[in-house]
Design a protein around this ligand. Structure first.
Ligand code: B12
Length: 239
């Protein structure tokens, strides 16, 4: 069973670990299936390279992290996946479908399913249903699932998980940080961030349950590297 989670092709200069996909990978591992993560932005893949990657792997499921800035590339990438193998299951998740679930599944015709909100609980159930023959799991019972039924798009309600630590840590082995840090900051790299570094806030102000969890999320990385936690400050740019 081959499951590929994709940060899409993008012309962004920002290279950072797609921790949302890291969490989704951890959740999928709990089903006994080992997914892979392809970070097209970090690998500097264009659509042609992405196509070659997909044709070589021939995955059973491809899940895309979709932010609004990446919508056109995701649309083309989904077409690439389906044109190569129409049986491959395609899923979209992330900020864009979370904000506009119905229109997202209308627009991304090549996506079989979408997720809104946090996807850990839902993806586990969907994978069990699709690949582990667990048909007692009905589509309408999967939290956050966006799905089609008789030309209608359904959006399931979210489940609120009180103990976010039950999700475990992101699959850091699939999104190694040191390589990214080098890519993002080495002089002469095309991906070098033009903005000067700012000090990390000493007291992060959590804006959500998920933000509160960031401190525990990043703990082991900080301990391993012995360096200040660069990613924590990145989490507060939206205020
Ligand atoms: C940290 C952060 C960053 C960081 C790091 C991003 C990264 N690589 O992960 C940095 C500083 C680099 C960044 C940059 C930008 N960001 Co920003 N960022 C955030 C922030 C604060 C948190 C994201 C996060 O890590 N969440 C925690 C993880 C665990 O959640 P997650 O990634 O959403 O993933 C979960 C679900 O979405 C879902 N999911 C996600 N993908 C998938 C895929 C599948 C298959 C499934 C099943 C589920 C699934 O399951 C995951 C686990 O629960 C959000 C705001 C927010 N509160 O979400 C904005 C946010 C995502 N950013 C946003 C924007 C606009 C940007 C920029 C475009 C800003 C700019 N003008 O440059 C750039 C884009 C950079 C790029 N092209 O990569 C917007 C996106 C809006 C949109 N509609 O797409 C947000 C929502 C902020 C906002 N409210 O405007 N960002």
């Amino acid at each position: 069973m081959k499951i590929l989670l994709v940060r899409p092709v993008s012309d962004t200069y920002i290279i950072s670990p797609p921790i949302g996909l890291g969490y989704i990978a951890t959740a999928i591992r709990e089903t006994g299936i080992n997914p892979d993560i392809l970070d097209c932005a970090k690998e500097r893949l264009n659509l042609h390279n992405f196509k070659k990657y997909v044709e070589k792997l021939n995955p059973d499921l491809v899940g895309f992290q979709v932010w609004s800035c990446d919508v056109p590339q995701v649309k083309k990438s989904l077409r690439i996946v389906k044109a190569f193998n129409n049986q491959t299951i395609t899923i979209i998740g992330g900020a864009h479908p979370s904000g506009d679930p119905i229109y997202s599944l209308e627009y991304f015709r090549d996506a079989d399913f979408g997720f809104r909100g946090e996807g850990e609980e839902g993806i586990k159930l969907l994978v069990k249903r699709l690949f582990l023959n667990n048909h007692s799991i009905t589509l309408d019972s999967i939290p956050g699932l966006i799905w089609r039924e008789n030309n209608k798009i359904n959006v399931n309600s979210l489940s609120l998980v009180n103990n976010l630590d039950s999700f475990g840590f992101p699959a850091w082995d699939l999104i190694p940080v040191p390589a990214r840090a080098r890519t993002a900051s080495a002089p002469g790299q095309p991906t070098r961030c033009p903005a000067p570094a700012r000090p990390a806030p000493t007291t992060p102000r959590p804006t959500s349950l998920r933000a509160q969890k960031q401190s525990s999320t990043f703990g082991p990385t900080k301990a391993r590297s012995g360096r200040p936690d660069l990613r924590r400050k990145a989490c507060f740019h939206s205020r």
